[in-house]
Design a protein around this ligand. Structure first.
Ligand code: LLP
Length: 403
């Protein structure tokens, strides 16, 4: 995020708050870095678009040659309507409906399969279909426990203990396994866990090598949430994975693509969320600052205990104090209870950093509050990419039953 306080305050003035702002140049910078760390000609990046689906962002990402990882029929439709080549889109859902797979088949989207019922369904509906098997690697890693999805009992992926059964299905059914896939979790900071997972993936690639073209390593790379925070050493990961992948390819004499599916790594730090303080209460033990938002707009602190650094943009030099920063919902909606923030007064603009991934996307209309606007800043120019929701938008799906 390269946007300074004066620019952010200008956007708050121009577009109002609450407001999501994305730095397009920061997103491009992350893509560039990622590609430089994995110097493999067959390296491909598929943006896990569930992190941020605004099509202006998708077009920007796709302009660098990146494809998309999608998880629902709606995400596939959004991706296609952004102009991406369907061959650069994968469908990696969990427990999706049959109609969604039929849509993917019809449009030539990459079929990731994580259950045997769906494998049978695909074989029946598209004999000879090319599929990518998503395995559960039985590796526990990631940040908050809800973000660890690779352990054996998780709902994701084909059960690693059933490899023989899976191989049997593949032999029996009219499908071609062209890829293997894993995704261990999110906010994984240790390179060692990734390397363990990569070895697992290569093992599966070897077992299903006959028609194999894609080795998909998922996403989950941890970014820093505050200065000095631990993050995945992508440079080291790139070095180790590149070396290992090249060796694997050499022994298998088969052209293969290495695919990664980052979400947070591409857009997390490129986003900032602006709110305005509505009131401040001073108690004996603490001060509470309220802002014109809540977990209806940014749920990560309440849902995952996630840390978003908060800055009072309106009083840069003011003395700092420890605030309890909360929202305007009629329910507990604490954003932070342990950050030092420059003295807050009603009307001040507060910035919540690291708000590019899974923030707008997880917003809701709780308390009948409309969702914020989104803007994209690129090369110094700001563009409105989603207008603020209105009451009419919110009521549009309600039906008057005449009762
Ligand atoms: N690939 C698959 C199959 C995934 O399920 C995910 C994320 C990714 C890639 C991208 O993971 P990332 O690089 O963004 O960590 N709402 C949570 C994150 C949930 C991630 C779900 N799957 C959060 O706000 O932290």
């Amino acid at each position: 995020m390269n946007l300074d306080a004066s620019h952010l305050l200008g956007y708050a003035e121009k577009y109002g708050t609450p407001l999501y702002i994305y730095d397009g140049n920061a997103i491009l910078g992350q893509i560039h870095k990622l590609k430089s760390w994995f110097p493999i000609p067959e390296f491909r990046v598929h943006f896990a678009m569930k992190a941020l689906t605004n099509r202006n962002v998708l077009k920007l990402v796709n302009s660098t040659g990146c494809g998309f990882d999608t998880v629902s029929i709606e995400e596939m439709q959004i991706a296609l309507s952004s102009g991406v080549d369907p061959a650069d889109v994968n469908f990696t859902p969990s427990g999706a409906e049959r109609e969604e797979y039929l849509f993917a088949i019809e449009h030539g989207i990459g079929l990731h399969v994580d259950n045997l019922d769906m494998l049978e369904f695909i074989a029946k509906n598209k004999p000879g279909a090319e599929v990518i098997l998503r395995f559960n690697p039985a590796i526990r890693a990631g940040g908050h426990h809800q973000l660890q999805v690779g352990d054996e009992d998780s709902k994701f992926g084909l059960n690693v203990r059933e490899t023989e059964v899976i191989a049997d299905y593949v032999r029996r059914l009219d499908v071609k396994v062209v890829g293997v896939h894993i995704h261990v979790g999110s906010d994984i900071s240790t390179v060692e866990k990734y390397f363990e997972a990569f070895e697992f993936l290569l093992q599966k690639a070897h077992e299903f090598r006959k028609d194999l073209r894609y080795i998909n390593f998922g996403g989950g790379y941890k970014v820093a949430y505050k200065p000095g925070d631990h993050e995945t050493d992508m440079h080291e990961l790139g070095r180790m994975v590149t070396e290992r992948f090249i060796r694997f390819q050499e022994t298998h004499h088969q052209p293969m693509q290495l695919i990664m599916e980052p979400g947070k790594f591409l857009v997390g730090q490129a986003g900032v969320f602006l709110t305005q303080a509505t009131t401040v209460k001073h108690f004996r033990k603490r001060s509470i600052a309220y802002v014109n938002s809540g977990f209806n707009h940014l749920i990560r602190p309440m849902y995952y205990g996630a840390y978003h650094r908060i800055e009072n943009l309106s009083r840069p030099g003011a003395e700092k104090d420890q605030y309890h920063i909360v929202g305007y919902l009629c329910e507990t909606d604490t954003f932070s209870s342990n950050q030092e923030v420059a003295e807050i007064h009603p009307g001040d603009i507060l910035a919540f950093y690291n708000a590019g991934a899974y923030c707008y996307m997880m917003a809701s209309n709780y308390n009948s509050r409309v969702r914020p606007a989104e803007i994209l800043v690129k090369d110094g120019k700001d563009y409105l990419i989603r207008r603020r929701e209105t009451l009419q938008d919110m009521l549009a799906t309600e039906v008057d039953a005449g009762i």
